[in-house]
Design a protein around this ligand. Sequence first.
Ligand code: HEM
Length: 497
Amino acid sequence: MAILSYAAIIAALLCFLYIFHRKQCCRYPLLVDYPLLGMLPPLLWNLWRVHDFVTDILKIHGGTGEFTGPWFTKMDFMLTSDPTNVHHMMSKSFDNYVKGPEFREIFEAFGHGIFTADSEIWKYNRSLFHTLFKNRNFEALQERVVQKKVQSTLLPILSHVQKQGTEVDLQDVFNRFTFDNICSIVLGCDPNCLSIDFPDVACEKAFNEIEECIFYRHTLPKCVWKLQKWFQIGEEKKMSEACTTFNQFILERIASKRKELSENERDTHDFLTILMREEKGQVVHDDKFLRDAIFNLFVAGRDTITSALTWFFWVVATNPSVEAKILEELKDNNFVENEKMLGVEDVKKLVYLHGVICESLRLFPPIPFERKQAIESDVFPSGHHVNANAMILIPLYTMGRSEDVWGKDCLEFKPERWVSERGSIVHAPSYKFISFNAGPRTCLGKDLSFIQLKIIATAVLRNYRVHPVEGHAAIPNFSIVLLMQDGLKVRITKREN
Ligand code: HEM
């Protein structure tokens, strides 16, 4: 009996010490910290609206605070949407805020690619990608590929849907479009995922599954998914199988491209060819390096564009005055009667359309959260103390909806805020308009994205009107890329000019 009482006293003491320790560690709590469960209960309760929930609580706490997960799970992190803190992490103290080993573990499918790398590996990848992206041939290739795909597949499919009078999930259409597109640009081949019968394509399915599993890892304590991986069960089994399928697809392409290039020097400018031609200089990239570079580009340039297109068409379809102004701008530039697809130089003239895309990306950033880890302890410009090794989440979604940055009308869809009185584009600093990230790790595909989005948007809007089906709720999903939970179900009608 006495032993039991001693045990109970010791347990109570340990609990007290642990609660005291947690209170010490968490100086800026965002939510109620429950014994054992930490702040998980209110988060789970609001998971269905997690982005708006985070936006609401950060507003109450002045933009910065801490979340503590269940005891002993190491799911604690700081959250900040304060632009001065973000500027501090992304630029001024860049070297102290890294992706870190935890990030690389969760995102292990990315290998040592640009997204997960830090320090020298990141610098090497960044400078290599930078050179390739600035290559004029690469921009011209992207223009040709997008124009061809829009003309040969996207518009005919929309025409088919319009004639049949059926519903279509526009998000699925864009997901297939962007997969074919990134395959053509990066690998120089088109798997034709987008076609009238919406086929199952193994490599595309595998790629989607990898992303789903990565997200799943975010929702569990590390020890749980590690155990699943060890025993090859559940989502982790799916992840291993999907990685095998996708890797096989990429490695086969690398092998056949090496053969192609050794046999004849063709005038092709896809990313892989350019990368392999570079090898004729000093550096030879092995298959692992090429695989990682390709995988990272798929992530960078596929879902982000799907997300941007889906939300763009949603906001345009639900804001008739915005749609009318886009068409007016096309008319003013004589782009309506002309059947020819618009090209890079044409779309650069479309300032209002640029504003609509920026506004859509501000309210619906394709990557809703950015994650950093502090190497050493620090103090944010807001005065908050940051522990060494602390995990920091930057909710880009919240930053796009901050009243302090965007004013009282921050939740309104107003493309005009991007157009100056003289009719030119208004540039916002990247640590405020954060959708493409900020500082030395700013998105390398920003300019290419605008070109691509404008070419697709103008081709569709000139020909068709998009009508979301009645009762369709555009709810953001809870994932690493901001897509619509139930897709974007629409009907299509022909636009009479
Ligand atoms: C609307 C479209 C896009 C958006 C909103 C976007 C946004 C972003 C964001 C937020 C990051 C930082 C991610 C992180 O560090 O965790 C990023 C990085 C990057 N993006 Fe994009 N992106 C878009 C399209 C593209 C495209 C089409 C490409 C190229 C084909 C691309 C290439 C890259 C690369 C290479 C990086 C890594 C930069 C680095 O870490 O140094 N992006 N992008």
